[in-house]
Ligand binder design. Sequence first.
Ligand code: 13P
Ligand code: SF4
Length: 317
Amino acid sequence: MAEASLKQELSELDLDDEIRRLKVERNAIVLAHYYQESEIQDLADFIGDSLALAQQAKKAEADVILFAGVHFMAETAKILNPTRTVLVPDMNAGCSLADGCPVDRFRAWKARYPGAVVVSYINCTAEVKAESDYICTSSNAVKIVQAIPADRQVLFAPDKNLGRFVMKQTGRDLVLWPGTCIVHETFSERKLIALKQKHPEAKIIAHPECEEQLLEMADFIGSTLQLLNYVENDNAGAFIVATESGILHQMRKRAPQKLLIAAPPLANCACNECPFMRLNTPEKVYLALRDLTPQLVMDETLRQRALLPIERMLALS
Ligand code: 13P
Ligand code: SF4
């Protein structure tokens, strides 16, 4: 009954107007990842890839940061800017990579390689960050690994596809944690070949979380922001885009004259939409700003331990 009346109340509001009003009232900013639904991207103050969002969160001066992304991103914002109130529209917005790397198993894995340097992809929990030497994102993973002396053994977690990509780029032999992203592993190589035959002029661009065979077919591999910049600046007029389909919204805005085709998933499903990212809705953004909940809270000792490897990454970026 209460749910029905809330639904009714929300349906009567102009959510765009209400969110804009609340942003001023609360002195809040909305940070959004490119995988958010287009309506959320359009009401955000800043849209970015994981690195740009972390940098933006660190320098945010607003009292409230509403993070329209997934849990590990909001955690990173809190680690970097602890005096701000960090809101998460839906606390269940997790990530298969972070969920597949629990800290107890991570510690046991690490213990098997004493003396190794640990590089963790930002898509992990604060507890795993606290156990790592460096954090990286898809846009700087190669650079971070290259900064580690060549004679040191390197452990890389939790995305084995990004790890393999870094191995190829650096010629380093990394020990990989066996994690994957449930969205990027669903792209079908067979369907991609068929699509390329239909559009031979199109360039294939892919996120490094995609599987190795798919990355081998790509003309360009990069983070969401790097893919977006590539579409805007490259001379080609058509692109097959192998990443979460939310990015197409900004690509269409920046390059409206270009043909953009979402790479096909294996099944006939919307599997190229991240089910975690898409838990956020404009309604939940509105409610979070109105009620200042759910808020991300973090133990201060954990925060300080997790901060160090993130700061090392930012210094190298
Ligand atoms: P980037 O935006 O850093 O490329 O990350 C992609 C991603 O999967 C975020 O969860
Ligand atoms: Fe995690 Fe993949 Fe979703 Fe990104 S797209 S949040 S890596 S599950």
